[in-house]
Design a protein around this ligand. Structure first.
Ligand SMILES: [Zn+2]
Ligand SMILES: [Zn+2]
Length: 148
């Protein structure tokens, strides 16, 4: 989730944190920290983040760079981001891979570190309709719905 400080327009992204501004990894908005820029408390407001739903037939290079594929292997799902070719650098990488059920409830999530593969494995959870969302640290949220 992204939050805007209404006092100074600073944006805090819970998925990325902000070590440059001294906010430790895993810090949630509920931790009630002051805005690192204007140092005021209680100024954060949730902002809706745009989700780009990937189209199977897309020709958009930007979407293709973040394309999500799923393989169902025995009791597991393997999620692959564009044949594992997306950069996994400190300042540009896939940071999160989320698994949602068909009702939009979060089932599982994986956090990726610099130089990790952008291939992750989830348990099957006996679902046949689900949505995978990924967060790129430089780009937006990408998502794809799957029906097995
Ligand atoms: Zn502020
Ligand atoms: Zn990217």
């Amino acid at each position: 989730m992204k939050y805007l400080c209404v006092n100074c327009n600073y944006i805090y992204d819970e998925a990325l944190w902000d070590i440059w501004e001294g906010i430790e990894p895993w810090t949630k908005i509920e931790d009630n920290f002051p805005c690192p820029v204007c140092e005021e408390y209680d100024t954060f407001h949730h902002v809706n983040e745009e989700i780009c739903y990937l189209d199977e037939d897309t020709n958009d290079l930007f979407e293709l760079d973040h394309f999500i594929e799923v393989k169902h292997i025995w009791e597991e799902f393997e999620v692959i981001v564009w044949w594992n070719t997306h950069p996994m650098w400190e300042d540009h990488r896939i940071v999160w891979v989320w698994l949602f059920d068909e009702y939009g409830d979060l089932i599982d999530e994986k956090f990726l570190k610099t130089d990790d593969d952008s291939v992750v494995t989830f348990d099957d959870y006996s679902i046949d309709e689900f949505e995978v969302r990924i967060k790129c640290s430089q780009h937006k949220l990408f998502a794809k719905k799957f029906v097995l």
